[in-house]
Ligand binder design. Structure first.
Ligand code: FES
Ligand code: FES
Length: 159
């Protein structure tokens, strides 16, 4: 077993983990953060996408020990004081989910895309999300949701 310390959604954690444990299972089973889903376990579907130090990664491709010292964000950390994040609100308002299985990963991948780019065209969004699969095939509304959230998040702050 190895001791790791990391910050998840702003909360510091110290834990003992098996060196072979994947980060996604550490989040789900040790921290109880089950919003991060496992769809394939083979880095294909993107359901397990989270942010590590501000960049989206598929948490089934990373070992928990590799997250030593990292700042991790999962879907559970997005809403603040009961208010949905603009991406969550946009997915809700544009009906960008059906079964919802891919949704946490889609939103975390979109968050990286929006945070680290300027205005996003439809093509930018489709290319940016090519690692995230929706088995309900609801891509059209997912793109609309991300465009809506991107406009809101990049809008100048009102005075
Ligand atoms: S579970 Fe990680 S990419 Fe599918
Ligand atoms: S909404 Fe069902 S997998 Fe995407």
């Amino acid at each position: 077993m190895r001791r790791i310390s990391l910050t998840v959604n702003g909360v510091k954690h110290e834990a003992m983990v098996e060196p072979r444990q994947l980060l996604v299972y550490f989040l789900r089973e040790q921290l109880g953060l089950t919003g991060t889903n496992v769809g394939c376990d083979t880095s294909t579907c993107g359901a397990c996408t989270i942010l590590v130090n501000g960049k989206s990664i598929k948490s089934c491709t990373m070992l928990a020990v590799q997250a030593e010292g990292a700042e991790v964000s999962t879907i559970e950390g997005l809403a603040k004081d009961g208010t949905m994040h603009p991406l969550q609100k946009a997915f809700h308002e544009t009906h960008a989910l059906q079964c919802g299985y891919c949704t946490p990963g889609m939103i975390m991948a979109a968050l990286d895309l929006i945070n680290n780019n300027g205005d996003l065209s439809e093509d930018d969004i489709r290319i940016g999300l090519e690692g995230n699969l929706c088995r309900c095939t609801g891509y059209h509304n997912i793109v609309k949701a991300i465009q809506q959230a991107s406009s809101e998040m990049h809008a100048p702050a009102s005075t």
